[in-house]
Ligand binder design. Structure first.
Ligand code: RNT
Ligand code: ZN
Length: 421
């Protein structure tokens, strides 16, 4: 029997098993189709960007490793991301950072960037049929050297960054308009202090004031939407982070905007999955940065870990899959970067699929009847259902490599493209 026939046969059997549990795999696959993952452009080149290819990454984040073949030009980044997308089932988007603009070999100050610097990407996105998301970049710049940007004590520094973020929101709206798909603009700032400070309140007041000034410039909600991303600490910024969870949770609720929850931005025993049903009581739409912290916010490639599974289960159980924006945020410079993309996106997609394949109606019934042994048993049995057969079938119907077949494709790409850089 051919491989295709085997995949189909395995799927048909799996479909029956799931149906016995009250799960309709066909409608699950339809949901997979409309659930887009926004791929972060910065795995392609270790968060360097095209403003200053020799510049150092600052802001308390770090990509470790020196695997050969990273993208050094926009063309290379586009080629790599297109390659990765060709190996992924379903729909993706691309998430750009402001430093990835096409500055046409000139220097453009961050507070002077505009939509024209992203035409190259918009054209590429049109060609790929994908939407774009956007991020202002408030790190890797001399005006961030004090450790503070929007919350700096110097009003001139704050003003510079306020202007930058305002420009970035224009760019996001422009992308939304050009591509007919709303762009999510995420605001993350590195601000904080290595050691104890007596000015926690003052910096947070500055940040609030700067954000108020930024958001005073109204944008069309159908073209772009803002999110704010909280964080616990950064490298060299261990004692104090201005934009903490409480700060942004409060800000997002007060200003009716999106909150971005990054899996790596909390205390190690804290679970982002548990925040989903809490935050959704107050905020109608969320952005997630799916990543894998190991001991710290190390931004490892996403795998099908318990926490990633739990995150999507909570989203599905809260019935909010259509109210989440799924971004990825890992940057591993120690392995083939296209391989990192494909492995990470596929892992996140598998977690979504698994969450959708849960026998949720039966689980809820047990739960609400107080049948807790039954609930636990079913949760356990659900783990060994033939989900791999559904995943393989999904990949096959989307005409992308099934199983490990993408490994050889990436090895080939490394040989013909990456090794020549
Ligand atoms: C940093 C944040 C942020 C960045 C990107 C590059 O800790 O997670 O999202 O990773 O903006
Ligand atoms: Zn993040």
């Amino acid at each position: 029997m051919s491989k295709t026939e085997n995949i189909k046969k395995a799927y048909e059997l799996a479909k029956e098993r799931y149906a016995e549990m009250g799960v309709d795999t066909e409608s699950v696959l339809k949901q997979m189709d409309i659930t887009a993952i926004s791929m972060h452009c910065w795995q392609s080149d270790d968060v360097v960007g095209f403003e200053n290819p020799d510049g150092a990454l600052s802001g308390g984040i770090q990509a470790t490793g020196n695997y050969p073949g990273k993208a050094r030009t926009i063309e290379q980044a586009q080629q790599d991301i297109s390659k990765a997308m060709s190996l992924l089932p379903g729909k993706q988007r691309l998430n750009l950072h402001a430093i990835y603009g096409d500055f046409r070999s000139g220097t453009v100050e961050r507070n002077e960037i505009g939509p024209e610097h992203f035409d190259t990407w918009i054209d590429w996105a049109k060609g790929q049929g994908v939407g774009l998301d956007f991020n202002c970049t408030l790190f890797s710049h001399p005006n961030a050297d004090s450790g503070y940007t929007l919350s700096d004590n110097d009003p001139a520094i704050r003003e510079f960054w306020i202007e930058h973020v305002i420009k970035c929101r224009d760019i996001a709206a422009h992308m939304g308009r050009e591509l007919g798909s709303r762009s999510v603009h995420n605001i993350w700032i590195p601000d904080g202090s290595k050691d104890l400070t007596v000015n926690r309140y003052k910096h947070r007041a500055h940040l609030k004031d700067s954000l108020d000034k930024i958001l005073a410039v109204k944008q069309d909600a159908s073209l772009m939407a803002d999110a704010v991303e909280a964080k616990l600490f950064g490298i060299g910024l261990e004692a104090y982070t201005v934009g903490s969870h409480e700060f942004y949770l409060g800000y997002a609720v007060a200003n009716k905007m999106m909150l971005c929850l990054d899996i790596g931005h909390f205390h190690p025993t804290e679970q982002v999955s548990d925040k989903v049903s809490a935050v959704f009581q107050f905020i109608p739409e969320l952005l997630f940065h799916v990543t894998r912290p190991i001991r710290w916010d190390s931004d490892h490639v996403v795998t099908l870990s318990d926490e990633v599974r739990a995150l999507f289960e909570e989203i599905v159980w809260a019935d909010k899959l259509d109210k989440v924006n799924i971004g990825l945020d890992f940057f591993d410079a120690s392995i083939n970067r296209i391989g990192a993309y494909v492995t990470g996106v596929r892992a996140a997609q598998k977690a979504i699929l698994l969450a959708l394949l849960n026998p949720t109606p039966q689980l809820r019934a047990y739960d609400e009847n107080g049948q807790y042994f039954e609930r636990l048993a079913l949760l356990e049995e659900a783990k060994s259902m033939p989900f791999g057969a559904v995943w393989d079938y999904y990949c096959m119907t989307k005409e992308v490599p099934v199983g490990t077949d993408f490994i050889a494709e990436i090895q080939q790409y490394e040989k013909t493209e990456l090794s020549k850089r």
